[in-house]
Each structure stands twice: as C-alpha cells, then as structure tokens.
Design a protein around this ligand. Structure first.
Ligand code: GLN
Length: 361
C-alpha cells in the first residue's frame, strides 16, 4: 500500500511525495548530496546525524543494501553500526533491487531504524532552492506533525560517540583515535597500516595515555559544541607528537589552535569535490560531507591552509608550519567516493615514525 507524506521546509515550502521506509514524522536540517552512489556508506556515516538527506541522483535503492559482515569487531561494509540520517528524500525509489551482495531493500533497512523516506520529490529542484537559500530546517511529515528542530543546537557528537575505550590491531605505531562519530573506514585505513589503535570517546582525556600519534575523527553538528575535545586538544598542541584530523577533526584542530569556524551556506556533500594542495597546481578529487569550515583568516600565524576547495575557495585542511600537525576537511578514507587521497594516512604514519626516531624513549 502506498502512503503519502510531506516534506515541509521552514520557508513554507510543502512538497507532497510518497512514503517509504518508516511511516513516521521527523524534523532536522535539510541538506543535499550530489553523490551518485554510496547510500549504504552515507546513511551510516555518523556525521549525517540530525540531517534530512536529499539525494540529487535520480534513482535510489536499485542496488539494495548489503548484509552485515564484521572485521576486527567493526563493520566491514558500513560506516558505523546504524543508520544515522534523520530522513531521506529521493526522486525515484526502487524497492526492487539487484546486486551480488544485496540482502534487503533500502526501504526495509530504513524501517529497521525507524527512519522515514519520501520519494516522488523533484530533488534537483529542491537542491536549487537549498543552494539559493542555504541549508534549511525541515521535516518529513507522515501521520502526525512535528515541530521544526535545529540539530546544530544539540551536542550530536555526545550522542553518536560510543562510550568506553577499545583497542584494535597490534602494529608498531600506537595511535589514539578520538571518536567523535568516526567512519569505520578510518579504522580500516589505520588497521591496514601497522598500527595499534586506541579508540576513545569524544570527551576522553587522551593526554593521560601513552601514544605515538593522535587522530581526530569526523563527526556531526557544529564543532563548537565539542568544548571538551577542544580543551584536551589544546594540551596536545603544546607537544610535538603528530596530530591528524579529518573533517570535524580538522575543525576541532582549527578551533583548538585559536582559529574560528563558520557555517557554509549549504555545505559540500559529494564525491567529486576538487581541492588544490597549497603551493602546487595539483588538484585531487575528494569525497566530502560537511556544513562547517575553518576560517583561515582567523588562524594564528604558525598555521597555514593545506588544501583549498577549487569550487568556492574555502579551506579544505590546515597545517602547522613547524610541528607535524595537519588536517583535511575532506575524507581521504572515502567510503564512498574516490580513494585518491588515502596516501595522507601514510604521510601521517611517516610523521609518527619520524617523531619516534627523533624522540626515542
Ligand atoms: N563529516 C564531518 O565530520 C562533518 C563535520 C561537521 N559536522 C560539518 O558538518 O561540517
């Protein structure tokens, strides 16, 4: 049986569509992604918490959703252990699916997590509106109405960061991963590289641990809500051990360094964002999912821009001038998207090896 649902935006726009997934109402921030594939990865990326995701690619669901497989006690397939988006908006939803590893339909998967989807919505027209007006608050309304809610007012990182300290791998470099909502491919990228990983919650004081390198993960919401992480990071920045941050992690490094972050008009969410490595003409095509960015004009003199977005000129990563601290606003771990910048994990571990060689205990 098909049921109608409505997408309602804070500017008064109302679009009627067809419900799929859970028949329930939800409010969030409406953002769009132009990625053409990768919904199993995107929907489980904790950075999407609180967001109603609009996909511009016209047909969604036709390759289904894979079954779960574990590797070192983490998912081999998904970017976390649950769907994190608040809701999904697509043009054409295909309940029928065909793929060698499909185990269920996208609609059934959303139902498992009680997340609503809506289709028969012109998502390209909707995206034009979001590009003009900026990301808007919105809601998917099934039977009952719900009030608008701005998820960026919440501490979403505290909601998605798992409690407890976990250890993975037996490699020679001891890396602390501060989990603000990490994508599992970051863990996989480290475990492929001779690392012992200590995964700690977002507010854990990692300065009490013995480690060789520090990593700050991606995560949802406004980075300024992560005061505890920023405080701990400020202590780490006084030392010389290598630090690498991705996306939210990059924003936290900018804030801890004394810089500022701001909200982009509608963010960058896609698999083909061009970034230029500072000081070179070299462009990399990157996977991105962020709504905030570091304002480079506010960074102290010892920090510089490492990558710049070639679409809008915004900061795509920062670097300390003398210490081994660097970050990317984009996702070198991909999942989904191009893997062209995965070498940055090697660069970080080379910095760790060099630090250890020059600071032998
Ligand atoms: N993927 C991320 O880490 C996103 C960071 C932050 N929540 C933003 O939207 O900018």
């Amino acid at each position: 049986m098909t049921q109608t649902a409505k997408l309602i935006l804070e500017d008064g726009t109302e679009i009627e569509g067809t419900s799929f997934g859970a028949y329930t109402s939800v409010a969030g921030e409406v953002v769009f992604s132009t990625a053409m594939t990768g919904y199993p990865e995107n929907l489980t990326d904790p950075s999407f918490a609180g967001q109603i995701l609009v996909l511009t690619t016209p047909m969604v669901g036709n390759y289904g959703v894979p079954g779960e497989e574990l590797y070192e006690s983490i998912s081999k397939i998904f970017e976390s252990d649950q769907v994190h988006i608040a809701g999904l908006v697509v043009t054409y939803y295909s309940e029928e699916h065909s793929h060698w590893n499909a185990a269920k339909s996208l609609g059934d998967w959303l139902k498992e997590y009680n997340i609503p989807g809506i289709f028969n919505v012109d998502t390209r027209l909707l995206t034009k509106k979001l590009r003009e007006k900026g990301a808007l608050l919105g809601k998917i309304v099934a039977a009952d109405d719900v009030p608008f809610h701005d998820p960026n007012q919440d501490n979403l990182v505290a909601q998605v960061s798992p409690p407890g300290v976990r250890h993975y791998g037996t490699g020679q470099h001891k890396i602390v991963l501060v989990d603000c909502g990490t994508k599992t491919n970051i863990i996989r990228c480290f475990l492929e590289r001779d690392v012992e990983l200590i995964r700690v919650p977002w507010d854990y004081d990692f300065n009490t641990l013995d480690y060789d390198g520090l990593f700050l993960s991606n995560g949802p919401g406004d980075p300024k809500r992560c005061a505890a992480t920023i405080g701990h990071l400020q202590t780490a920045l006084q030392q010389d051990k290598p630090i690498f941050g991705i996306c939210l992690g990059s924003q936290l490094m900018g804030l801890a360094a004394g810089g500022d972050t701001f909200k982009l008009k509608y963010g960058h969410r896609s698999h083909n964002q061009p970034v230029r490595l500072t000081g070179t003409p070299r462009c990399y095509i990157t996977s991105q999912n962020h709504g905030f960015a570091v304002d480079p004009a506010t960074l102290p003199a010892e920090w510089t821009v490492l990558f710049e977005n070639l679409n809008d000129g915004t900061c795509e990563g920062i670097k300390h001038q003398t210490k081994p601290f660097f970050s990317t606003q984009f996702h070198p771990e991909a999942a989904g998207g191009p893997q062209d910048t995965e070498f940055l994990f090697d660069d970080f571990l080379a910095a760790v090896a060099q630090y250890k060689a020059t600071h032998s205990k």
